[in-house]
Design a protein around this ligand. Sequence first.
Ligand SMILES: Cc1cc2nc3c(=O)[nH]c(=O)nc-3n(C[C@H](O)[C@H](O)[C@H](O)COP(=O)(O)O)c2cc1C
Length: 393
Amino acid sequence: MTVATPDHSSSSLQNAAETPLQNAPLFTPLTVGDLRLAHRVVLAPLTRMRSTQPGDVPNALNATYYAQRATPGGLLISEATQISLEGKGYPATPGIYSEEQIAGWRVVTDAVHAKGGYLFAQLWHVGRISHSSLHPEQGLPVSASAVVPTEGKTLNAAFQPVDFETPRALAIEELPRVVADYVHAARSAKAAGFDGIELHSANGYLLDQFLEDGVNQRTDAYGGSVENRARLLLEVVDAVIAVWGAGRVGVRLSPWGKFNSMSDSNPVPLFTYVLEQLSARGIAYAHLVEPRANGGADGSLDTSAPDAAASFRKAFPGTLIAAGGFLGESASRTVASGEADAIAFGRWFISNPDLPRRLQLGAALQPYDRSSFYGGTDKGYTDYPTLEETSAR
Ligand SMILES: Cc1cc2nc3c(=O)[nH]c(=O)nc-3n(C[C@H](O)[C@H](O)[C@H](O)COP(=O)(O)O)c2cc1C
């Protein structure tokens, strides 16, 4: 059985030692919107399901986790954080809409800033990947259309794997409210001291459900043509730019992504249009998930699809972050070739809090423990040692 957790990464070799000199391109400065980064090793957004309950409130342990991964001038992207209760998809993921959540995130952003790092909030509405047990008052999950995910299971509020529910299609009159929820979350992120926001429009969550015609079967102004399917995302982008300014807004997309039962009949024109529109708005960065990171379970390695960053580079000449299956050498090559400007690391950054330093030195990487990815305590979260801590033991 596959449980559709937010991890859509494939398994890969562990403990790979790296070649220091070839990593040099990763350690040159980079302008990302209004920020000037000192290096190009980015923390990918990583759901860890460890917020304080009830209320989905970030806490001191979460602050320690992010601070451990912060470096002077380095960019961290937060775990996906729901913009509303309706947008919540898994137990214990943090929110960014209540006063308590804002105060909790403030502890996190202060800790990252104390280390000289930057932190963007990844704003998230899961759409049909939600489960009614997570928001009993609001009933069924919502989506572009009433199309149920075909593969795997989801997690209910009690962390148990359960079948997906058929979502309720959002009425066109409700969409301004969804945009307003994003605006409220964007304002909340500002109040919490983040340095910017990333819209999660990847991996089969709500904005992606509107983009791709495997889910979006609407016949109104938000369905059908590429322009119509991109309308909700671009309305949200414009609305959050009004809060933050374009130089503080990033967007994550997964053009070839199949995770969460996604598909599109013709992804190249769709994502070319979306990226051209984002480029015209001058956003801080586009963040593309590479196809080799597909699959909800270990072992699924999708080599059939072309590289996302290389395929869409022309459509988005601005700052491009690529993520999915990178190690130091492949990251360095990708940056040196100009296909991407920075690389976001997920699993290796979980188990190597000092990943930028390890990549720079060509040091061995510690293996990650998949069983502690989601939920739990400090184990597998804040207890991975740095190089210095290892040698002191
Ligand atoms: C534990 C875990 C949680 C994840 N949570 C998120 C998330 O909240 N938002 C998101 O956009 N991607 C999420 N992803 C995907 C990662 O950001 C990244 O794209 C993926 O792990 C591939 O990169 P990697 O090969 O460096 O791990 C998650 C991945 C993992 C392993």
